[in-house]
Design a protein around this ligand. Structure first.
Ligand SMILES: [Fe+2]
Length: 255
């Protein structure tokens, strides 16, 4: 796969991000017409895992490791259900919503445009964030980031890694209902920011670039941890793929 093809595959996610409120600077027309709007911020927001097939349909990427690879921190059964049922549901929901909007344009009937637009945001956000989520975990993860630039930025914006971790886990644990804890790069102020994202169609700030995210929907942890979300998020830190987070950080900051 050459670079252009790779970008088109992974950028498939970008088309949904404007609707999901995550990457409004890139228009779908740009994505399919030579990528003139592509910049480092755009790249940083993308996953290394493919999100679309050769026909432009959204697809479920394979995990970059076995279902049991993150044991004992994330259990095999949860990973199977999370990836094969929940994430697949977002992929199918996104494709379906887009086809319904195509039907609406064909028929000139926009009576359900609000519903299907919300479905694009909900399932698109789910597809995008889950794809990134798989990539920011690794059986060889955990510990401290080794990337000097990321370490310096964490110290600058949070005081220390320990303070970042405490803040990130507290924010993630306190998400009301279902959602995500997300470490993001804020390109205007040139700083790292931690978001509490309720559900997944609502991002706090459109310009921000997600770097590290923990899924705190109950489907991500309930089988093993039941109501102990804090034990799950603490365990999550043992599988963080800091190399992938650092890659995204450097691309984002270089924008
Ligand atoms: Fe999830």
């Amino acid at each position: 796969m050459d670079r252009r093809e790779y970008l088109k595959k992974t950028l498939g996610g970008a088309a949904i991000l404007g609707a999901a409120g995550m990457m409004n600077s890139v228009q779908a027309s740009e994505i399919t017409s030579g990528l003139p709007g592509l910049n480092n911020s755009t790249l940083a927001a993308l996953s290394t895992l493919p999100m679309v097939d050769n026909h432009g349909n959204y697809t479920l990427p394979d995990l970059p490791y076995d279902y049991n690879a993150l044991e004992p921190h994330l259990d095999e059964q949860t990973m199977k259900l999370h990836h094969g049922i929940h994430h697949l549901g977002y992929v199918n929901g996104l494709n379906n919503a887009l086809s319904k909007l195509q039907e609406a344009r064909t028929n000139g009937d926009y009576s359900l445009v609000k519903h299907w637009s919300r479905e694009v945001s909900f399932h698109g956000g789910g597809h995008y964030l889950h794809t990134l989520f798989w990539a920011v975990m690794s059986p060889n993860g955990g510990g401290l980031p080794q990337n000097a630039a990321l370490k310096t930025q964490i110290d600058k914006d949070f005081g220390s890694f320990d303070a970042f971790k405490a803040h990130f886990l507290a924010a993630s644990n306190a998400v009301e209902g279902s959602g995500w804890g997300i470490l993001a790069w804020e390109p205007v102020g040139q700083r790292l920011i931690i978001h509490q994202v309720e559900k997944q169609q609502d991002m706090s700030t459109w310009s921000n670039i997600p770097l590290l995210m923990v899924d705190v929907w109950e489907h991500a942890y309930y089988l093993k941890y039941q109501n102990r979300r804090g034990a799950y998020t603490e365990a999550f830190m043992n599988v963080v793929n800091w190399e992938e987070v650092s890659r995204r950080f450097e691309l984002a900051k270089g924008a």
